[in-house]
Design a protein around this ligand. Structure first.
Ligand code: TC6
Length: 696
């Protein structure tokens, strides 16, 4: 027997226990053990087989680390078919998370029981593949085609109650999986229950698969796996036999397994987990945070306070006047009402969070007990220094003092206190109670346990926390400034803002840079441009059309007009016809003769600018590894997850081609298109960015 599966006889029942921590992933040893266990049970006179998992879960899926490597036998589809074909009654008892290949093993068992807290799902599409061990053939036979399509294409987890209601499991029982499993097997044996193979059940009903395919492709913004999964489910209905359906599923699975998107999504899966594991924090204990302070109750401050309250952290919010404090409370209550509406909190929680858990005040003295304070006031160094002086005077020793600044120097802010070791940047993204990214900005004197506290807070608030060093814009905004500039350059040179937005959304971003500017408010970036203007390098090309639009008082959605015009009751905007005139005027003033750009060139320049700046950010040590940049762009800037992030995308495209294009663009503008030294080095060494992710 394999060590990953323990074999035991309990009377007439052969019990197969998975013991492959932490999540009983179905690696080669586990598969071998399951196969050997079934064969042994059949040989030694058992009447039934029980499969369950030791520790925190039943099988949480195939072992993702094996993907992309040569497959080892027995492979999961063959194993599932073998389990299903067993003449013994096979029962799976599920607890924890029965996901992907894990649920497929359960579906090939003849009966399924689960504890009430068990979660199940076929989340393969989120890894760029589809359920390839019979899941697309068996689930529709149990749950019906419509339900199976929804579950498989969304990859969502569902609970035991829903699984029971949809016929995916047979029973729910409180207890430990071995105990409830054995009792259920006994019951089945006593009843003389037959062996019941899902693969022998009739094919499910047809639906309009072409419509489902088109809708799924559109929803995925170009992600292939959910739409391909629709075709696999279609085979469950249309193939001439269950076996033929399995073969079709396998072919589609292999197609996806070979795709770049699969690589991108799996990179995202592991990077999301690796990004907040910092070697420098090993053995460093975070400070305890049981209450939080927030300075400033605008959109950002209210969002941060909401995020804290949703994580059960009491908040004291400071505003300048009673009116502003009342408005801040209103914003937080509005956010929490949204959470209530979406079922994230109950009425009772809402009452508690807006009642005793939230204090709004105008006096900094109210912060005397706060363990961590985040400042989210106006982006001005004088204002920030003043706030930190007050925090220094009122906060207890050891309190973590955090700034949410997007651009300002955290060292300079820290220097306005007598305790720079307690100061850190915690850069949230708006709306802060929704967006998953948190940049944790380390200043020169930040103490390790303060950094650890920043990461612990990120985890508590369910954010993806990424370490950033100090530079203008930190990781994300610095890179965004570069690709936004590239977008403005192509517009100055002849593309339209709408062509750019379309090319970028075609790549999979939810929005292009001009629509995004309209959403954020063009005046915000205008202020940053004005602030930077005096220190701008004279070699920099400066398109003017953006400022010209702002000068006419059009700031985007909030004024009803920007690059687009927004009409009441209409979703999205239509191009603002004035913009073309402003661009033409800018071109004339700058002596630019506009030319045509293909969508592919527009996108290539946008992406090359992103990759080049990202390589500088990594090369300068602002981001620890390429994967840190990838996670910032995924969770803060809408980068399509199926590409894994800009540097994963760059690896998949080939770095030499990207560098060659950057050098070609530099022939027109050698100031903006200066190749990143790290990119040049990697190309010279013939290495991908991914090699730099392996430092732990
Ligand atoms: C599939 O099954 C395809 C089948 C078709 C075949 C033909 N493999 O997330 P956590 C690691 S596709 C390898 O921190 P949680 C994870 O990297 C698969 N490793 O814990 C981490 O390692 P670290 C379908 C895995 O409690 C550790 O386990 N299944 C796998 O927050 C703990 O993970 C899925 O997509 C794996 N399958 O959440 C499920 N899963 O400590 C993917 C986890 O070295 N997994 N690890 O960083 C999850 O969604 C979650 O891990 C969880 C547990 C809900 C199971």
């Amino acid at each position: 027997m394999s060590e990953a599966i323990a074999y035991e006889r309990a009377g007439d029942v052969a019990v197969l226990k998975a013991q492959n921590p932490p999540v009983n992933a179905l690696g080669a040893e586990v598969r071998k053990g399951l196969l050997a266990g079934i064969e042994r049970a059949e040989q030694d006179g058992a009447k039934a087989v029980l499969i369950y998992g030791e520790g925190r879960t039943y099988f949480a899926g195939a072992d993702i680390r094996e993907f992309g490597r040569p497959p080892k036998d027995p492979q999961l589809p063959a194993l599932c078919s073998r389990i299903e074909a067993s003449p013994l009654i096979v029962v799976s008892a599920m607890h924890g998370t029965a996901l992907g290949g894990g649920l497929e093993v359960a579906l090939s068992s003849h009966y399924r029981i689960a504890v009430p807290s068990a979660k199940m799902g076929l989340p393969e599409v989120n890894l760029g593949i589809l359920p390839g061990a019979g899941g697309t053939q068996r689930l529709p036979r149990l749950a019906g085609t419509e339900a199976a399509l929804e579950m498989i294409t969304s990859g969502r987890h569902f609970g035991a109650a829903e699984a029971l209601e949809k016929g995916i499991i047979d029973k729910i029982e409180e207890g430990d999986p071995r105990g409830i499993g054995l009792a259920y097997v006994q019951e089945l044996l006593e009843q003389g229950a037959p062996r019941r193979a899902v693969g022998e059940m009739p094919a499910p009903d047809a639906v309009d698969f072409d419509a489902a395919y088109a809708a799924t492709l559109k929803k995925g913004r170009g992600q292939l796996s959910p739409a391909t999964a629709v075709r696999a489910v279609q085979a469950a209905v249309e193939a001439e036999s269950f076996e033929a359906g399995l073969q079709r599923e396998r072919a589609l699975f292999m197609e996806l397994m070979g795709s770049d998107q699969r690589q991108g999504l799996i990179h995202a899966f592991f990077s999301e987990r690796a990004v907040s594991k910092l070697p420098e924090l090993e053995g460093v204990e975070p400070r305890e945070v049981v209450s939080m302070g927030v300075i400033g109750g605008g959109t950002m401050g209210a969002g941060i306070a909401t995020a804290a309250l949703l994580a059960d952290l009491p908040v004291v919010l400071i505003e300048m006047t009673d009116d502003a404090a009342a408005a801040a409370r209103g914003r937080i209550e509005g956010n929490l009402k949204g959470a209530l509406k979406r079922g994230k909190i109950t009425e009772a929680q809402y009452d508690r969070l807006t009642g005793g858990a939230l204090t709004v005040a105008t006096d900094y003295a109210a912060l005397s007990q706060a363990d961590l304070v985040v400042e989210a006031v106006f982006e001005d160094m004088g204002v920030k220094r003043d706030v930190f002086g007050k925090l220094d005077a009122h906060c207890k020793p050891g309190a973590v003092l955090a700034t949410n600044t997007s651009y300002l120097d955290v060292d300079e802010i820290a220097a306005s206190t007598s305790r720079p070791q307690d100061v850190i940047g915690l850069h949230f993204f708006s709306p802060a109670h929704v967006m998953k990214l948190l940049e944790v900005v380390v200043a020169e004197k930040t103490a390790p346990e303060v950094l650890a506290t920043g990461f612990a807070l990120g985890k508590r608030l369910k954010k993806v926390a990424v370490r950033s060093g100090i530079c203008d814009g930190f990781i994300g905004n610095r890179i965004m400034n570069a690709y936004r500039k590239a977008a403005e350059y192509v517009v100055l040179d002849g593309a339209s803002p709408y062509q750019v937005d379309q090319a970028v959304t075609g790549f999979g971003f939810p929005m292009g840079p001009f629509a995004m500017g309209d959403l954020a408010g063009l005046d915000i970036n205008w202020a940053a441009r004005k602030r930077r203007a005096p220190t701008r390098d004279p070699r920099e090309r400066v398109p003017r059309f953006y400022e010209m639009l702002c000068e006419s008082g059009d700031f985007g959605q909030k004024t009803g007009k920007g690059f687009y015009i927004y009409e009441e009751g209409r979703r999205g905007g239509v191009p603002n016809p004035q913009v073309a005139g402003l661009i033409a005027e800018d071109q004339e003033q700058q002596g630019v003769t506009p030319r045509e750009f293909s969508d592919a060139e527009v996108l290539r320049r946008y992406m090359c600018a992103m990759v080049n700046e990202a390589a500088k950010v990594v090369g300068e040590g602002i981001a620890r590894r390429p994967l840190d940049v990838d996670m910032v762009m995924l969770f803060g800037y809408g980068f399509p997850r199926f590409w894994g992030g800009p540097l994963k995308w760059a690896d998949l495209q080939g770095l030499d081609g990207i560098l060659a294009d950057i050098r070609a663009y530099a022939a027109e503008d050698d100031f903006f298109w200066q190749p990143a030294p790290l990119l040049e080095q990697l190309v010279a060494e013939g290495k991908p960015f991914d090699d730099l992710n392996k430092d732990g």
